[in-house]
Design a binder for this molecule. Sequence first.
Ligand code: LLP
Length: 440
Amino acid sequence: SRTVVRQDDGALAVGGADVRALAGQYGTPLYVIDEHDMRGRARAFRDEFAAAFGAHGAEVDVFYASKAFLSSKVAKWMHEDGLFMDVASGGELEIALRGGMPAARIGLHGNNKSDDELRRALEAGVGRIVVDSFTEIETLDQIARGLGTRAPVLVRVTTGVHAGGHEYIATSHEDQKFGLSLASGAAFDALVACQDAEGIDLRGIHTHIGSQILSLEAFQESAERMLGLRAAFRAEIGVDLPEVDLGGGYAIQYTPAGEALSPHDAAAGMAEAVAAAMSRVGGTWPRLSIEPGRAIAGPAGLTLYRVGVVKHVGLEDGGQRQYVAVDGGMSDNMRTITYGAEYTATIASRLSESEPALSRVVGKHCESGDIVVRDVDLPSDIARGDLLAVPATGAYGRVMANNYNAVLRPAVVSVADGASTVHVRRDTLEDLFSWDVAPD
Ligand code: LLP
C-alpha cells in the first residue's frame, strides 16, 4: 500500500506530495509518514487477526505499541481505526490521552513504573497495567486500595523463548530485566500474589519476546508456553484467566535484501499455535491481544535529508568509498549506531543516470560512528543540495532522537492525498535556550 512514487521528472513523491516541496516547507532532516500506509497497516493487523482467530470463535485486540512512534494525531488515528494502545511511561500515557485514545483502551507497561505513573494510570482509568515485579504488585495494590479501586492487571511473563535481532531488543531470555520467569515459577507466584491482592483485579498474562522477529516458530512457541501457564493456573487455583497478550515484535523490511513477517502470516501462524495449545489443554479460550509497533509505523515513514559534503576515500583493498554526509545523523537515527541496524537510501530530488558508487551515508556529528547507512550504492554524481531519502524510519526514529551537538531535532509530518500536516514541530534555537540556564 506504500505510495512512494518516482515522478516523471525523477523526484520522489510520498502520499502525493513532492519531496522537494516538503523539504522546502519544513526543512531537513524531515520525517515523513504516509498516513494511508500507516493506518492501512494498523487495520491489516486488526482485520487479519480478527479473521484468523475469529475462525475459532476467539477475539483479538490490537494494541499499537506507541513507543515506536507517538503523536497525539497518531493516537487519534489508532482510535479511529479500532486499535487499542500500549504506553510505556507516564509521558506516552498523556500524549495518548491528549489524542483522544480512551483510557479504557490503554495498557501501561514498564519494568520500573513510578508511584506517580501508577496513580495517574489508575485515576485516568487505564484498561490494564502490565506488572513486571513483586515490588510493583505490592506497590500497585497499596495505591489502588488507597484510591478505593482495583487495578486491572496482567502479569508480564518471561517465557524463555530466544528470538529477536540484536541482544538489546530481545526480551524473553532469562538474563534480562523484563518480566517474571515462567521456568523458575516466579510468574506463577506473581499470579497468585495478584489473585490474593485486594487492590488487584487479575485479568491475565502478557509476554513480549523481542523485536524485529522473523521467526513465526518463536511466536508459536511463546504462545504455546503462555497457554500452558494459563492451564496450570486453572489446574491449581481453579481460575481461567480471561486475557492473554502475546506482545509485538513482527519484523519489517529495512533493505532490499531484508524480509518482513506479514500480518497475514503472523495471524495465521499464531491462531494455529493457540488453537493447537487450546485443544491440548482444554478449557475456554481467553481474549487475546497483540502489540505491534514497528510493523505499523516503521515502513510508513521515511527520513528526508539534504546532502552536504561528498568525499571519496581510498580503501585498503584498493577500492573507493563515497562518503555522503547529510544534515542529520545519529541524532535523528540512533538505530544504526545502537544495534548495527541496516538501512538503504535513495536519491530523492532527481533521477541520476550516473554510475552507482559504493557509498556510506554519514551524519554531521562529531564521531566516526555517526553512520546512517553503512553500505549502499548511490549515484557517483550525488552532490551538495540533493535530497536523500532513507526508507523505513517510521518506528524508533523521532522517538529516540536526541540533541547531540545541540542539533535541532527534525519535525515529523504526515502526508495523505497530497496534503501534509505537522505531528511534531522541528526544534528551534529557542527550545535549546529554554533548557540552557544563562549566566546572570
Ligand atoms: N510490547 C512490548 C511490551 C514491548 O516492549 C515492545 C517493544 C512492543 C510491544 C513493540 O515491539 P515492536 O512490534 O515495535 O517490535 N528501540 C528498538 C526497539 C525496542 C522495542 C522495545 N519494546 C529498535 O529501534 O529496534
